[in-house]
Write a protein of this length. Structure first.
Length: 176
């Protein structure tokens, strides 16, 4: 059971504690929680006319929390957290299975626990969440939304890229 509705909308990730590298200057803070990331579900319908993705808030938030096989490969939030908390939690991006999927391998469970202890999520139902996302990303300081062009955004992109290159050089794990 979950209070998160199976509906389209936007969600925000709030943090009790922050990885040391995060500059939260100007971020929204409420009740000692800092908003670092927002997302939407579903994404806008494809311009090609193809069928839209059938995601909703419930599925997407559950995936970010690590439920239903959620991992760093399909969650930008989890990948960023994994990279920023790598030293503190002993995490490392790895290729698994055929080598095409990238996860934190055994570290996914460690990250799940860290998120359970340190994060909360809020949401709002919106029929076309991509319209609202633009408003949010324009008006809020969101260090983990990669669209930004601050020094921290550039550093986070570099850290993620370096972790992916390193993962590409390590042997592929058959399972995790």
């Amino acid at each position: 059971p979950s209070p998160v509705p199976s509906a389209p909308g936007a969600y925000g990730w709030w943090f009790r504690s922050l990885p040391a590298a995060v500059d939260a200057t100007g971020c929204e803070v409420r009740d000692d929680l800092t908003l670092l990331h927002v997302g939407i579900s579903p994404t806008p319908p494809p311009a090609s006319g193809k069928r839209p993705v059938s995601q909703d808030l419930h599925k997407r938030i559950r995936y970010h929390f690590g439920g239903a096989r959620g991992n760093a490969d399909g969650s930008s939030l989890r990948k960023s957290l994994g990279v920023l908390l790598a030293k503190e939690l002993g995490l490392e991006l790895r290729r698994i299975g055929s080598g095409k999927q990238i996860t934190l391998a055994g570290g996914e469970a460690v990250l799940n626990q860290w998120m359970s202890d340190n994060t909360l999520v809020s949401w709002v139902v919106r029929p076309e969440p991509w319209v609202f996302e633009e408003e949010l990303t324009t008006n809020l300081v969101l260090p983990w939304n990669l669209q930004g062009d601050t020094a921290f955004h550039q550093e986070l992109k570099r850290l993620r890229r370096d972790a992916m290159v390193k993962a590409g050089k390590l042997r592929v794990l058959k399972e995790w």
